[in-house]
Design a protein around this ligand. Structure first.
Ligand code: PXP
Length: 240
């Protein structure tokens, strides 16, 4: 069975728009699990633009919930992540000005640093994943770094599919990388920019075991949830 990890960062984005408490990511984490997700993902960014330290602490302490914490290689962030003790970590590149994670890690440049980070998490039995571009070179480097998993950045294929351009070359590239990673004993995950359509294409790659999906999933939930909430309000305002 392929697994679905639900990224709830943008529930915090909506909460933060008002600086109050609703919608609460802690409640969302429990609700998402109850709704069938295999795990939840949160990205504790250096600028705390969505999930904050309090959210992360509360969410990581929920029993029987698998939490995948995304963090950058910044040493302060790594220390925070180690304290939070999530089940899984995914190391991601971070750039202050980006709207979202724009690409995979530069493994070559950060080799020594990443090796140390991975070893620190492994010592604490935290599953490690590296967010990388679909490149055979990066798959081989990931193996050298002794990570448990790799997550392939699917932003490029997602954009090609959304703009109705040919996505076959990118899909083949992801497939080749997934096969190599799997042969090397790395678990393969996929994430970024995924909607129904791109996810469907990627499910053809049997080596991809986990999908981590956030923005589209949270956005789509608005449309699925609106009828019920509107009904609730109509009942409230018309109650005599
Ligand atoms: N996986 C990783 C490693 C991410 O950093 C993100 C968020 O950028 C996602 C998955 C989810 O991406 P999206 O919100 O576009 O579905």
């Amino acid at each position: 069975m392929k697994r679905l990890g639900v990224n709830i960062d943008h529930i915090a984005t909506i909460r933060n728009a008002r600086g109050e408490h609703h919608p609460d990511p802690f409640f969302a984490a429990k609700f998402v699990k109850k709704s069938g997700a295999n795990s939840i993902t949160i990205h504790l960014r250096e600028d705390r633009r969505h999930i904050n330290d309090g959210d992360a602490k509360k969410i990581c302490s929920i029993k029987n919930l698998l939490v995948n914490l995304e963090v950058s290689t910044n040493s302060k962030m790594i220390n925070s992540a180690l304290k939070l003790k999530p089940n899984f970590v995914c190391i991601v590149p971070e750039n202050r000005k980006e709207i979202t994670t724009e690409g995979g890690l530069n493994l070559k440049k950060n080799k020594t640093k990443l090796k140390k980070i991975i070893s620190r998490f492994k010592k604490r039995n935290i599953r490690t994943s590296l967010f990388i571009n679909p490149s055979l070179k990066d798959i081989r480097l990931s193996k050298e770094l002794k990570t448990d998993c790799i997550e392939i950045h699917t932003g490029k294929i997602a954009n090609l599919v959304k703009s109705k351009k040919n996505h076959m070359i990118e899909l083949q590239k992801i497939k080749k990388c997934s096969i190599l990673a799997n042969n090397l004993g790395l678990e393969v995950h996929a994430g970024h920019g995924l909607d129904y359509k791109t996810t469907k294409f990627l499910t053809k790659i049997k080596q991809v075991k986990e999908f981590n999906i956030g923005h589209f999933l949270v956005g789509e939930s608005i449309f699925n949830g609106l009828p019920k909430v509107i009904k609730n309000f109509k009942r409230i305002i018309n109650k005599r």
